[in-house]
Design a protein around this ligand. Structure first.
Ligand code: B16
Ligand code: MG
Length: 224
């Protein structure tokens, strides 16, 4: 078996929009008078907008006091903050090593997919000017379940006509690593060894992502 495709997460892997999400949720939490910090924010990485809001409201003891439409309005407000914050994204905001990795994967003739929970993914890829690398961008609005469910990665693999065991998934969130492993794919985790402990290969930053190294380790692991 050999690698046929790479499937990437977006926020925190391709560009640092994880920081913009953190800032935008922080603004909303402040408006609601709910405490919010980076440790709590870790729990929101990789999960969708409404689920993130539910966790914040739960923290503030407000979860059961609001109607669906009030929650939708709040989620919309967070997205307004977020879209303002990502306004100035340019190709300079690609995280280190990502342009090289995309180029190496493409030059090796492998396919590339995006498995992001973000409904803003298309806009961000366009701002980064890397949309042309992607053979598929999964639309999270069409999925039944979010990460850590493997559905989004399985959908990307199906779009790419690659069996999951021949795919490498790259993630920065615990929920994302669980989704990749649940899909039966090789997982590359960007983050702390603690948060990424279920990954097959852990790097502490994207600058350490190396195409040859990933493929070599995949081959070693797929033989055992
Ligand atoms: P949006 P990823 C995820 O993107 C983020 O990690 C998560 O923090 C965010 O809530 C989610 O997208 C939804 O984003 O509000 O833009 O639809 O990491 O899966 O690329
Ligand atoms: Mg992410």
């Amino acid at each position: 078996m050999d690698v046929k495709a790479f499937i990437f997460d977006l926020d925190g892997v391709i560009t640092d929009t994880a920081e913009h999400h953190y800032q935008a949720w922080g603004l909303l939490a402040r408006e609601l008078g709910i405490p919010f910090d980076r440790t709590f924010n870790e729990r929101l990485k990789g999960i969708d907008r409404m689920q993130s809001l539910e966790l914040i409201l739960e923290r503030g003891g407000m979860r059961d006091r609001l109607s669906r439409s009030e929650k939708e309005a709040m989620a919309g407000r967070k997205n307004d903050h977020y879209t303002q914050l990502i306004e100035g994204i340019t190709p300079d905001h690609l995280l280190p090593g990502i342009a090289e990795l995309l180029r190496d994967v493409r030059e090796a003739g492998m396919r590339i997919g995006l498995a992001s929970a973000s409904r803003n993914a298309g806009t961000i890829l366009a701002k980064l000017q890397i949309g042309h690398y992607f053979d598929t961008v999964v639309d999270p609005a069409l999925l039944a379940k979010g990460k850590p469910d493997p559905e989004i990665f399985l959908k990307a693999a199906a779009d790419l006509k690659a069996t999951p065991a021949c795919c490498v998934g790259v993630e920065d969130a615990e929920a994302g690593i669980r989704a990749i492993r649940g899909a039966g794919m090789f997982a590359v985790g960007v983050g702390t060894p603690e948060a990424m402990k279920e990954a097959d290969l852990i790097v502490t930053g994207t600058a350490e992502l190396n195409f040859e190294k990933i493929v070599e380790l995949y081959r070693i692991k797929s033989k055992v």
